[in-house]
Design a protein around this ligand. Structure first.
Ligand code: RP5
Length: 162
């Protein structure tokens, strides 16, 4: 199976990235995690993206806050799918990172999840990899069914309490 590359702009983004790594672990998807910044270590961020396909990656998650250019900078240097996580790490509550990540110019797409949406970033990677992987697709189907069953249990409990 192809690996997922996870890049975060700072180690202060780790609590959000952990939601992605937990999700990938549960689905038994291999991944690598790095701290590379579009601004502080632009050479390392670029090199990772340029070499990602030949290094066995199938999708990349880029998590960054504030003036979040990481996902766009990674996407500029690879045609692998890039999923951006805008991180809430400033006085602007993550709106700054959301707009910086989502507003990509035509030709260089970044699939942007919700502010702090680490789990959904991992699930989107899984869905991309599952296009060519029936076993992974079955795990995703099972997770959807299990998640729905939990909601219905809550429905029954709440409904019975009134
Ligand atoms: C961004 O700036 C990082 O992704 C992080 O969300 C934010 C703050 O970084 P630190 O000052 O905590 O290292 O580049």
């Amino acid at each position: 199976m192809k690996k997922v590359g996870i890049i975060m702009g700072s180690d202060s983004d780790l609590p959000i990235v952990t939601k992605a790594t937990d999700t990938l672990k549960a689905l038994e998807i291999p991944f690598e995690v790095h701290v590379y910044s579009a601004h502080r270590t632009p050479v390392e961020a670029r090199d990772f993206a340029v070499n990602a396909r030949k290094n066995g990656f199938g999708a990349i998650i880029a998590a960054a806050g504030m003036a979040a250019h990481l996902a766009g900078a990674i996407a500029a240097n690879t045609t692998l799918p890039v999923i951006g996580i805008p991180c809430k790490s400033s006085n602007l509550d993550g709106i700054d990172a959301l707009l910086s990540t989502v507003q990509m110019p035509t030709g260089i797409p970044v699939a942007t999840v919700a502010i702090n949406g680490g789990a959904n970033a991992a699930l989107l990677c899984a869905q991309i990899l599952a296009v060519e992987d029936k076993e992974l697709a079955a795990k995703l189907d099972a997770k959807r069914a299990s998640d729905a069953a939990k909601v219905l249990e809550k429905d029954a409990a709440i409904s019975a309490s009134f």
